[in-house]
Design a protein around this ligand. Structure first.
Ligand SMILES: [Zn+2]
Length: 117
């Protein structure tokens, strides 16, 4: 499980600017950790529908501290891929695995972040 600041640092490496430009997006995605202290907290926002909800909530694009336009959806996709072993599931896939008590690797295995050695 990666901390939101680590995801934000990964965003800064990928899209430019500072980690502070991105932390609000990663905090929102991981806010559900306070609801459920297991990696399955991701079932509420770590999916394609959650990424689109994030875009509606925060707008489709913003300017980072380098003056570069960043697409909110791309930041969401980066976060979900890093947390779900390179995969972006749908909300339905999450409910299916919870109902059937399955544990595919994308539901439990995180990716190594780009800036980590
Ligand atoms: Zn996350």
């Amino acid at each position: 499980m990666s901390h939101p600041i680590l995801h934000a640092k990964s965003s800064a490496k990928k899209f430019g600017g500072k980690w502070e430009d991105y932390i609000h997006l990663h905090d929102w995605l991981d806010e559900t950790k306070s609801w459920h202290g297991h990696s399955f907290h991701r079932m509420w926002r770590h999916h394609s529908e959650g990424i689109f909800e994030m875009e509606q909530r925060f707008g489709p694009e913003f300017e980072n501290s380098d003056g570069k336009t960043v697409y909110t959806r791309y930041v969401g996709e980066q976060h979900v891929r890093e947390d779900c072993d390179g995969y972006i599931p749908t909300a339905k896939e999450w409910f299916t695995i919870v109902e059937n008590k399955q544990r595919p690797t994308w539901a439990t295995r995180t990716q190594k972040l780009e800036f980590e050695d």
